[in-house]
Design a protein around this ligand. Structure first.
Ligand SMILES: C[S@@+](CC[C@H](N)C(=O)[O-])C[C@H]1O[C@@H](n2cnc3c(N)ncnc32)[C@H](O)[C@@H]1O
Length: 316
């Protein structure tokens, strides 16, 4: 008895909140787009206080939901989120009001409003094209878009990060592929890598030598070696190891320093070689049984002080 009384009260509330032309117009608009109060005022041609009052009635009765974005409140009505009874009520109200000429006018003003929004966004980029790179990195940093690029990797891949150091690459790869095996000879570096990857359960860190890797033959889909080869007395041995651990079709990517004449830099960084010639590395890769070798110089990043870098990729 009590339940049916409650239901009747709900029904009266729903019907009461729908029994208003402005609120019906608002629901039509919010069902099509998530809109702010300013958008709704512009389309309905009504003052903000009036629109806000009607939105409150609709919100209280559960017809629409509000989401905060920055300093704006955005309103949306979604048929899927309504309870069955008000959903049926709205479908009926929508059918009965669809032919209203006021709604047609609202449609035209809504389309104009949305067009203005798109044009404002286009104007913003037309006027900021030249400063965009600077603004982008000031606002969001230099590395965030790497995640979009890494997300294109097959999520099942096993990847070896050879000379993983403090685990920066290991960690970002592990967020996108099945498993990452980081190898380094330095216990201190591996300790930092362990801390950095503590929350990732698909990382294995192994202490070992790049000239005789602690990884099985043909067990990896990918291998990266970044800023490592210039430290090795025998780069050819490390390249052979890359070829050995890759599955047929597996991919290798190596980044290192282009040849340079800054011997002070080499000594300061304790490197064996003053950079490597990408052609020589490509030759070593071919000898090791890798193919489809592509090398390219990397554009130096602004405000960096080290020698320029190259990337070589190859397939097993
Ligand atoms: C400059 S760090 C680069 C680390 C990492 N790849 C990065 O980009 O941040 C070079 C790393 O190679 C490791 N390394 C150098 N020679 C090695 C070798 N023969 N075997 C294993 N690791 C080596 C060092 O311990 C160091 O962590």
């Amino acid at each position: 008895m009590i339940r049916s009384t409650e239901r009747s009260l709900d029904l009266l509330g729903w019907m009461d909140s729908l029994a208003d032309e402005t609120r019906l117009r608002l629901l039509h608009l919010m069902e099509q787009h998530e809109l702010g109060v300013v958008d709704l005022c512009d389309v309905l041609q009504m003052p903000q206080s009036t629109v806000s009052r009607h939105l409150k009635v609709l919100g209280d009765q559960g017809w629409c939901r509000c989401r905060r974005q920055g300093t704006a409140n955005l309103y949306r009505m979604s048929l899927d989120e309504l309870e069955p009874a008000p959903r049926r009520l709205w479908i009926l109200a929508r059918e009965q009001t669809e032919s209203w000429s006021t709604l047609h006018q609202d449609q035209l003003r809504l389309q104009r409003r949305l067009r203005q929004r798109r044009e404002a966004s286009r104007d913003f980029f037309d006027n900021s094209a030249e400063q965009w790179d600077k603004l982008r990195s000031e606002l969001y940093g230099q590395r965030f878009d790497l995640d979009a690029q890494l997300a294109l990797l097959p999520p099942t891949w096993v990847v070896a990060d050879l000379g993983c150091g403090a685990g920066a690459i290991t960690a970002s790869l592990a967020r996108h592929v099945g498993r990452v095996i980081g190898v380094d000879q330095s216990a201190a570096m591996l300790k930092s890598a362990k801390l950095r990857t503590a929350e990732l359960n698909n990382v294995e860190l192994r202490r070992g030598n790049l000239e005789s890797l602690p990884i099985d033959d043909a067990s990896c889909d990918g291998a990266v070696m970044v800023l490592v080869l210039t430290y090795l007395a025998d780069p050819a041995a490390a390249v052979k190891e890359i070829a050995r651990i890759l599955k047929p079709g597996g991919r290798a990517a190596v980044i290192d320093l282009l040849p340079h004449d800054r011997d002070d830099f080499r000594r300061q960084m304790d490197q064996h070689w003053s950079g490597l010639d990408p052609k020589e590395l490509s030759r070593l890769m071919t000898e090791a049984g890798l193919s489809q070798i592509v090398s390219r110089d990397l554009p130096p990043e602004p405000e960096t002080k080290g020698p320029a870098l190259f990337l070589v990729t190859a397939t097993r």
